[in-house]
Ligand binder design. Structure first.
Ligand code: NAD
Length: 254
């Protein structure tokens, strides 16, 4: 796929900006080998709908299946490497330009690409917690093996209350972590440019972020393989794969 769009305007907006927010979604990690939920799962999990495993009810009904699924995803994310799009973001930070990241992703590829911090709106694979008392459980991945056969794996128990440990992900119908959401909104309201990368804008309330930035007068630049623009006056839509468009932007910025 080629790269379309006006990179000069995007680069000029970034040159003049003091506060930039990157808002990222599953699409930025596709080229690292982590599929989106819209991509069909392959291998052992090929017959499952990932969204059907993304609820508290699914965990209550079959904790071993849901824990096994997330363990598999955690291994998949750990073996993935940050791609050129993740790596481009810390390169854009400078003395005059403060760059923050708000991500819907549950992988840790921004951190491994050298970004100091990313606000994880939907939680993290690296922070499992207790289903009963909500305490974060320190469970490094090295403690686990992938189930050799079959998909199910009983979740460990909480050291404090013996509740079941669940993945540290925000599931459908659950609230976003309030502190992270509040901080994200503060950053979005005060940024000059919001760069949205690889997100469909479907999963709310995170999906409202580009609209909030537009309403507050920021320039909003979308990078996606399809048109996800909202029709606002201050928007730019640059179509292409995340790695290609972000590298093109870095080149334009010199
Ligand atoms: P989404 O699946 O709704 O949308 C992905 C977007 O990425 C689409 O608009 C698609 O056109 C675009 N895209 C696909 N390949 C791309 C590429 N190479 N370059 C640029 N864009 C590309 O994802 P979402 O908006 O993040 O929301 C869905 C939920 O999926 C989120 O809550 C997220 O937590 C979860 N999720 C996360 C991961 C991850 O952590 N890597 C993976 C799968 C799903």
């Amino acid at each position: 796929m080629g790269v379309l769009g006006d990179f000069e305007t995007a680069a000029n907006a970034l040159r003049g900006a003091r506060r930039v927010v990157f808002f990222t979604g599953a699409g930025i990690s596709v080229e690292s080998g982590i599929p989106t939920y819209r991509d069909k799962l392959i291998g052992l999990w090929g017959t499952y709908d990932p969204q059907g495993l993304e609820t508290a009810k699914a965990f209550r009904d079959n904790p071993a299946l849901v824990w096994g699924f997330y363990l598999w995803r955690r291994f998949q994310a750990k073996s993935a490497k940050p791609n050129a799009a993740h790596l481009a973001i810390p390169k854009l930070a400078s003395d005059v330009r403060k760059v923050s990241i708000i991500t819907q992703n549950i992988d840790d590829l921004h951190e491994r690409a050298g970004s100091i911090s990313a606000l994880h709106l939907h939680g993290s694979l690296e922070r499992p917690k207790c289903f009963a008392c909500n305490r974060v459980a320190r469970l490094p991945l090295e403690q686990f093996n992938l189930p050799a056969s079959g998909l199910e794996k009983n979740p460990p128990r909480c050291d404090h209350c013996n509740g079941r440990i669940r993945p540290g992900i925000v599931w459908f119908k659950e609230d976003l972590p309030p502190g992270i959401w509040k901080e994200s909104i503060r950053l979005v309201r005060s940024c000059d440019v919001l760069v949205s990368v690889g997100t469909s804008g479907i999963v709310t309330p995170a999906a409202d972020i580009p609209e909030i930035a537009c309403a507050c007068g920021a320039v909003v630049i979308h990078f996606n393989i399809e048109d996800v623009s909202l029709g606002g006056e201050n928007e730019l839509m640059l179509i292409g794969k995340a790695t290609e468009v972000l590298e093109a932007l870095l080149n334009e910025l010199g």
